[in-house]
Ligand binder design. Structure first.
Ligand SMILES: Nc1ncnc2c1ncn2[C@@H]1O[C@H](COP(=O)(O)OP(=O)(O)OP(=O)(O)O)[C@@H](O)[C@H]1O
Ligand SMILES: [Mg+2]
Length: 230
């Protein structure tokens, strides 16, 4: 749940109001799409929901924890356990093999090596990249790199999945694979929040939030989901 959320970035004495009073309740098992023009605050909102950053004002309560009130260490711990991110830039480590990139979040959770490897390989199989597991990210196409980022986000089976333009660099077929993976996760009871410019992707969600100038402009319910409240 998000209440009266404001985020103001300050750098070199310049203030940018990225979020200006956002209120939002998201249900467990819901797939929510966030759309809006470039610079409207979508990624900023996702960073707040993912406990990557603290709001300037207001609160973000996830599973009963107000992430605006806990210290950086606890926030990082919370994030590693509960949240899977697919970033706008994939943030892959180029000197590590694909499979090692996917294993990274499992290392943070201290999952033993053999389990890590088999979980990473089966996740890569799910996104159709088993043949690329031992290559370096630089040897992959943009769309393939994006699918690696998706595999890395999902490998820990996080209860909340946040994706920033997860299909941005994908052809429609690979895009559909990613969307159906996300849809399936929501069906299993995970919360999925996806920022997208693609209305076809947005329509796969249960609800669409339109953001403009750091505010929610309108909301559209695509399907009624029977889910419990968080
Ligand atoms: N770290 C930062 N420091 C200063 N200003 C920032 C920072 N990050 C974002 N902004 C500003 O905050 C506003 C919202 O940015 P945000 O990245 O949330 O937009 P967005 O909706 O994700 O856009 P896009 O569709 O282009 O990704 C913009 O005006 C941006 O310039
Ligand atoms: Mg963005």
């Amino acid at each position: 749940m998000i209440k009266d959320l404001k985020k103001i970035y300050r750098s070199n004495g310049i203030e940018t109001v990225a979020l200006n009073g956002v209120n939002l309740k998201i249900k467990r098992g819901e797939m929510l799409a966030i759309v809006g023009p470039s610079g409207s605050g979508k990624s900023t909102l996702l960073n707040m929901l993912g406990a990557l950053d603290k709001p300037t004002e207001g609160s973000v309560v996830i599973d009963g924890v107000d992430i605006s009130k806990i210290d950086d260490n606890r926030r990082a711990d919370f994030r590693n356990k509960k949240i899977g991110f697919v970033f706008q830039s994939y943030n892959l480590i180029n000197r590590l093999k694909v499979v090692d990139n996917v294993e990274l979040p499992l290392m943070l959770l201290e999952v033993p090596q053999e389990t890590r490897r088999s979980l990473a390989l089966s996740m890569l199989r799910e996104v159709g990249l088993d043949s690329k597991s031992f290559k370096k990210p630089t040897q992959l196409s943009g769309g393939e790199q994006q699918r690696v980022a998706v595999a890395r986000a999902l490998v820990t089976q996080p209860s909340i999945i946040l994706a920033d333009e997860p299909t941005g660099n994908l052809d429609s077929k690979s895009g559909a694979v990613v969307v159906s993976l996300l849809r399936e996760l929501a069906r299993k009871g995970n919360t999925v929040i996806v920022v997208t410019h693609n209305m076809e992707v947005a329509r796969a969600a249960d609800r669409i939030i339109y953001i403009r100038d750091g505010k929610i402009e309108k909301e559209e319910v695509v399907s009624m989901v029977q889910v419990e409240k968080t």
